[in-house]
Design a protein around this ligand. Structure first.
Ligand SMILES: [Zn+2]
Ligand SMILES: [Zn+2]
Length: 366
């Protein structure tokens, strides 16, 4: 490992870390603080999709190194000087340094705002509210080591033009006659109003601009949990600087910029389908078919902060994630079989109670 520290403390020479509470660099050895240089001319650029592989910057700065985890295969970017690293996702210490580094560099990032201690408190508050968890878990679970990880995102802008065809339905009512047995056992004939729908074809066109559609670019197994943490505010973006990574790891994207765009197109189609549904004046709409054209597609690559940790219970380890910007907690937790059984009994008891109440009221009425 290199002896020249890339970000040395001006006081004692130890390696600095990014401090979320102060939004500055802090020395873990002597406590001195160093502001992060602000580049007044830095603008967060967006790049045309068709030029992605050619023109987007790939230089993350020589102050960083890419490592591949021998355990789970995740690629992360770490400060070049950090020696003792373990994979934040699977805990493996088999981290292999990559030499090839031509992946697109993030244009911007959301810095960590929630400090590590605050994240621990938020975990405790979260697990205490999980009524179905065994008492011992709710009251005395301690989180394992909190790993701060920047997770890769793509965001896409696109102008869309679309044509659609669909079927619009109008309700009408017809009178039908049915035989029924009344309370005294007699057959009676009664008229009922039945709702029917008449369908007609409709078509039209429209356009809409989409700004910053976020796509999680992680291929990691924690992706499922991270997707529930979609409450990032992209207003908090700052231009990328390697200083923000000090003390943290940054996962490299596993979803390519073109794969990410295909996912963004799904988001677009869902939104446009809803637009079409709202635009058609009808009682019901079905069989919406869209033909969408995308123009002026631009993307940016950014990093979003997440605290990753886990806690043990019995023979299992339960993983959870905390949004490093907003503090939202999501994760798995053990459920007490007794409490689950109790809940099912309670629901059944209510259902049976309602059934007999309805029967009783019908008897009173009839
Ligand atoms: Zn120092
Ligand atoms: Zn791993």
């Amino acid at each position: 490992m290199s002896e020249n520290r890339t970000f040395p403390c001006p006081g004692c020479g130890s390696m600095l870390e990014f401090d979320p509470a102060a939004q500055q660099l802090r020395c873990p050895a002597c406590g001195s603080q160093t502001p992060i240089p602000v580049d007044a001319n830095a603008v967060i650029m967006e790049y045309p999709l068709e030029e992605a592989e050619r023109n987007a910057p790939t230089d993350w700065s020589s102050a960083t190194a890419t490592v591949t985890c021998g355990g789970c295969g995740t690629k992360t970017v770490v400060p070049a000087d950090s020696g003792t690293a373990e994979c934040p996702f699977c805990g493996s210490k088999q981290l292999i340094r990559d030499t090839q580094t031509n992946t697109i560099r993030p244009e911007s990032l959301i810095p960590f705002i929630i400090p590590r201690d605050d994240a621990k408190v938020r975990f405790k508050t979260w697990i205490r509210k999980k009524w179905l968890a065994p008492g011992i878990v709710r009251n005395s679970s301690r989180s394992d080591k909190m790993n701060g990880v920047y997770v890769p995102y793509w965001t896409y802008d696109t102008q869309t033009d679309y044509n659609y065809t669909a079927e619009a339905g109008t309700h009408y009512y017809v009178t039908e006659y049915r035989n029924r047995t009344d309370a005294s056992g007699k057959q009676v004939r009664e008229a009922v109003q039945v709702q029917k729908t008449s369908w007609r074809p409709v078509f039209g066109s429209g356009d809409r601009f989409f700004d910053d559609i976020p796509i999680n670019a992680s291929r990691n197994e924690s992706r499922r949990q991270m997707e529930k943490l979609s409450d990032f505010s992209f207003q908090g973006l700052v231009p990328y600087r390697p200083e923000f990574l000090l003390g943290f790891m940054a996962e490299r994207y596993g979803v390519s910029v073109t794969e990410g765009f295909e996912m963004a197109c799904e988001t677009v189609r869902t939104a446009l389908t809803q637009d079409v549904r709202n635009a058609i004046v009808a009682d019901e709409v079905r069989n919406i078919r869209l033909d969408v054209r995308y123009r002026d597609v631009r993307f940016k690559h950014l990093l979003a902060p997440i605290w990753l940790s886990s806690f043990p219970y019995g023979k299992k380890v339960y993983r959870f994630v905390i949004n490093g910007q907003t503090g939202t907690v999501k994760g798995d937790y053990p459920k007490s079989p007794w409490k689950v059984a109790l809940l099912i009994l309670l629901v059944l008891a209510v259902a049976v109670g309602v059934f007999f109440l309805v029967r009783y009221l019908q008897m009173q009425g009839g």
